[in-house]
Design a protein around this ligand. Structure first.
Ligand SMILES: *[C@@H]1O[C@H](CO)[C@@H](O)[C@H](O)[C@H]1NC(C)=O
Ligand SMILES: *[C@@H]1O[C@H](CO)[C@@H](O)[C@H](O)[C@H]1NC(C)=O
Ligand SMILES: *[C@@H]1O[C@H](CO)[C@@H](O)[C@H](O)[C@H]1NC(C)=O
Ligand SMILES: *[C@@H]1O[C@H](CO)[C@@H](O)[C@H](O)[C@H]1NC(C)=O
Ligand SMILES: [Zn+2]
Length: 473
């Protein structure tokens, strides 16, 4: 997951225009509800078969084992790297070997930022090396580095109030972690805000509630017409140390060296595979995760887990010999971490088919213990999804929440297509996010089995309903 949680609420309370008296509405509503319940009763056996195969049967731990082999073989997968090319080739082959249909690579262009050598050293009040991770799109420093006094602030407001003190200095942001969505503003915009008051570099407390001396990277955005200054994240531990030193009136000097380079956009691909619909092949349910990652850790959690339970959904449906009426399309996005870049180009080249895109699904906030589904769609569609979730009673994961999220599916949701995302126990997600800690060690096969079961039941049933999910636009 990249920048900001998107809260694309497409909930609508419009009633069909044909309805007359409130009583009549009530009766119609009742019958509709009864009808949905009846349709879902027919899916009970197939839902149980999916759950059995994924959780207890022959496919137990498969998505976990596939992911482990993949991340141990390929490693992390940043846009523009050989690793990402290898990952795409690996998946292209694996999806064909899995006998999925229409396996294809759709070319797109992605940003190509290279971290290079980087280091930071505190020179005053004493020598101490500072762990850093440069932020994506940051410029580098001159080879000899930037050596400057530090000013520590805890918010943009404090920076603006002390603007005069910041000139020529390195701004250290020691902002508290409130939530990812709120606090990530410092990572995204910290450099430009510091540059506006004349700072020469910025060091930002990592966007995480917890740390074992771990810097966390991520994309950042320079504002137009503001000088570009080098920027990196530091650990919570060092940010707090700088803050304590500053509060005691000690002078802090840091030497920052970053070899970061922004190269021209690179060639990449969204990786696609299908189970072609048996009755309405032109109508599509998209299940997805992103294949690219940051250049630290293994990208097992962000978003290896999401990508591999999405693959698993198609594998399970194929293994059970199911033939949904609509096409199930797996898309493994590229260039997500740079701002949903691969998905944006996919949307541009496929939006002509928007009336045939039934539902877009993405998992990109972990595959920990699943707790339910987030869904964006109108009230009628919500009623259908609520009943689909009841099919997951055998594993007690029946909650339907609002506001699906996912950078890659946001393009479709903003245009009115219903969207769904898996929600899990994410309290530890940001401990590992975009850090060296994002490895296979945080993944759990039992949780991945449950995630795959939820993902598969939902995508299969929606793809197999006689009608597409209702939508407003
Ligand atoms: C799946 O993983 C769980 C947890 O590690 C383990 O108990 C179980 O035996 C595994 N199942 C298979 C089929 O390997
Ligand atoms: C997808 O596969 C189906 C069945 O194999 C085939 O009929 C169809 O032409 C394929 N579509 C594309 C775009 O390749
Ligand atoms: C501190 O580090 C600087 C730069 O690496 C070095 O030149 C200097 O000798 C060090 N000072 C001490 C006291 O170790
Ligand atoms: C089912 O899940 C809910 C949380 O959604 C939990 O409160 C309840 O205890 C669970 N029930 C069982 C039987 O595990
Ligand atoms: Zn992600």
């Amino acid at each position: 997951m990249k920048l900001i949680f998107l809260t694309t609420a497409l909930v609508s309370y419009m009633l069909p225009a044909c309805l007359g008296f409130p009583y009549e509405q009530e009766v119609l509503h009742q019958t509709k509800h009864e009808r949905i319940k009846k349709v879902m009763a027919d899916y009970k056996d197939v839902a149980n078969a999916i759950i059995d195969l994924a959780v207890h049967g022959g496919a137990q731990n498969r998505s976990y084992n596939r992911l482990a082999r993949f991340v141990d073989t390929i490693g992390n997968r940043m846009s523009g790297t050989e690793n990402l090319k290898n990952a795409i080739n690996y998946m292209y082959k694996a999806l064909q070997e899995d006998k999925l249909q229409n396996v294809s690579l759709e070319p797109v262009k992605v940003p190509h930022w290279v971290r290079g050598e980087e280091s930071a050293m505190m020179l005053k009040p004493r020598n101490k090396s500072i762990a850093i991770l440069g932020l994506g799109s940051s410029i580098g420093t001159p080879p000899e580095g930037i050596s400057a006094e530090v000013i520590v602030v805890s918010s943009f407001t404090e920076l603006h109030n002390r603007a005069k003190e910041a000139k020529g200095k390195i701004v250290v942001y020691n902002q508290p972690f409130v939530s990812y969505g709120e606090t990530v503003q410092y990572r995204a915009y910290g450099a430009s805000e510091a540059a506006k008051v004349g700072a020469v570099a910025s060091l930002i407390r990592s966007i995480t509630p917890f740390s074992v001396y771990s810097p966390h990277t991520g994309w950042q955005d320079y504002q137009k017409d503001v000088p570009k200054i080098p920027t990196a994240c530091i650990s919570i531990e060092d940010a707090e140390m700088f803050a304590r030193m500053a509060s005691r009136g000690e002078t802090i000097v840091v030497l920052l060296k970053m070899g970061a380079i922004n190269n021209p956009d690179a060639d990449s691909f969204n990786t696609v595979a299908e189970i072609v619909g048996s009755k309405y092949p032109e109508q599509v349910v998209i299940v997805s995760g992103h294949l690219d990652s940051w250049d630290v850790g293994q990208g097992a959690m962000d978003d290896g887990g999401g990508a591999f339970i999405s693959w698993e959904a198609l594998s399970l449906i194929k293994d059970l010999g199911l033939h949904p009426k609509r096409t199930l399309r797996l898309v493994l996005w590229t260039g997500e971490e740079q701002g949903g870049v691969g998905a944006g180009q996919y949307y541009q080249s496929h939006k002509k088919d928007i009336s045939n895109i039934d539902l877009v699904m993405e998992t990109d906030i972990g595959t920990f213990m699943p707790t339910g589904l987030q869904f964006s769609g109108n009230t009628e569609a919500q009623a259908i999804m609520t009943e689909i979730m009841q099919l997951l009673k055998p594993i007690n994961i029946t909650n339907l929440y609002g506001n699906a999220e996912g950078t890659d599916i946001s393009y479709w949701m903003e245009a009115g297509v219903p969207g769904a995302s898996l929600i899990d126990e994410i309290d530890k997600y940001f401990w590992f996010h975009h850090s060296q800690g994002d490895t296979m060690t945080v993944q759990n096969p039992v949780w991945m089995n449950l995630c795959a079961a939820v993902w598969t039941v939902v995508s299969y049933v929606v793809a197999d309903l006689e009608e597409m999910l209702p939508r407003e636009r």
